[in-house]
Design a protein around this ligand. Structure first.
Ligand SMILES: [Zn+2]
Length: 383
């Protein structure tokens, strides 16, 4: 089966000085209109208890410089603000926040009959034209939108959303259960393990060192009573920290993309635990391990890739006792019988030797297959 999906392509941009000025203006104007529309909405609500229906166009007479940037960028702000409000009212997310300068500087525009295009060495954008770019592969499919961003280390990127047709991957007749390892990144039900990549921990050590230097420079500036914005040593080090941080984020994402794709390619049903990462982070012992291993990013990737390629991802209830159940006979240990420090145990009932992580992933697989069967039976029952 083929289906049409929206795939993101991130491309590094190398804008000229003039183009950088245009981007800075665009970031500034979109941030301004977001904050302005939001504060007007808040004020209006305080006075009338009704929602103000404002649009960016209404502000263009008073703030004429808004006309200098791509009007679609402003239209997207309105849409994003709308969806932030909807999320607040319907999904209980937090109230929309004001945007600060230099944090997530970006704007989004749309492709209208070729106003956004990619060549071998450039990306064309509305109102500004061609920007020099590092294009690794050609883009096939209709470009829907482009989000231009500047990272804290000063690099520019464009993320293009492209309509892409994907085909189901061939079925493999193999299924797997995945347990989130504490030592390894994941443990599979066939007993194989995927370690956390070494380069990540090396980069993390480097990050810690650079952050220490940054803290020292902050202290120096403070004792000399200089503003941080005027201390060039501090600013230089801040960029350095941002660069290492971005490197870690990119390397981790890359690792998770490859791993999730391989699992989807090699298996038909993939069962995982639906862990509440937010809840788990409160446990300080586990916090670093869990955050580092980016479990939630990983499960998100598995979910949409399973959907793209015609495979099945089953999430197991997080209260399911995958660690404490013997995968051989179903015997259930009590919490006291299996503290976190115990890595393997002998089942008191069937005497099977259970490796903690592999046993858990086997249980996850079995529970996943049970749920899939239930679902299939349910569907045929209806037909
Ligand atoms: Zn047993």
């Amino acid at each position: 089966m083929s289906k049409q999906i929206l795939k993101a392509h991130k491309i590094r941009l190398y804008p000229t000085e003039d183009q950088q000025i245009f981007f800075a203006k665009s970031f500034g104007c979109t941030r301004f209109i977001w904050n302005k529309m939001l504060s007007d909405k808040i004020e209006h609500y305080k006075e009338s208890k009704t929602e103000l229906k404002n649009t960016p166009a209404q502000y263009k007479t008073e703030f004429e410089w808004l006309k200098e940037i791509d009007s679609l960028a402003l239209a997207n702000v309105q849409q994003n603000l709308r969806s932030a409000y909807n999320k607040f009212f319907k999904q209980g997310s937090g109230f929309p926040k004001f945007k600060k300068k230099g944090i997530k500087d970006s704007y989004t525009t749309n492709n209208q009959k070729g106003t956004v295009a990619v060549t071998q060495s450039s990306v064309k954008l509305p109102k500004i034209g061609h920007i020099k770019a590092k294009v690794h592969r050609s883009i096939n499919g209709l470009i829907k939108s482009a989000t231009i961003s500047k990272s804290p280390s000063g690099n520019y990127h464009v993320s293009l959303l492209v309509e892409t047709v994907v085909d189901d991957l061939p079925k493999t007749q193999s299924n797997t259960g995945i347990d989130l390892g504490l030592i390894d990144f994941i443990v599979l039900s066939d007993g194989s393990k995927v370690a956390n990549p070494k380069f990540l921990s090396k980069l993390q050590n480097k990050l810690a060192r650079e952050q220490k230097i940054l803290a020292k420079r902050r202290l120096v500036a403070k004792t000399q009573q200089r503003k941080l914005s005027e201390s060039s040593n501090y600013q230089k080090q801040k960029t350095k920290v941002a660069k290492v941080y971005e490197k870690i984020t990119n390397a981790r994402k890359d690792f998770l993309h490859k791993l999730s794709f391989n699992l989807i390619k090699n298996h038909d049903v993939i069962a995982i635990e639906d862990l509440n990462v937010k809840g788990m982070v409160k446990n300080h012992k586990l916090a670093k391990a869990i955050l580092d291993s980016s479990w939630s990013t990983f499960t998100t990737m598995l979910a949409y890739k399973a959907d793209w390629y015609g495979k099945e991802l089953v999430k197991i209830d997080r209260w399911y006792p995958s660690s404490k159940t013997c995968s051989g006979c179903g015997h259930l240990l009590t919490k006291a019988e299996l503290p976190l420090s115990v890595r393997s145990w002998d089942c008191p009932s069937c005497l099977q030797k259970n490796n903690r992580d592999i046993n858990a992933s086997l249980n996850i697989l079995n529970e996943g297959l049970r749920l899939v069967t239930l679902k299939t039976v349910g569907v045929t029952g209806l037909a």
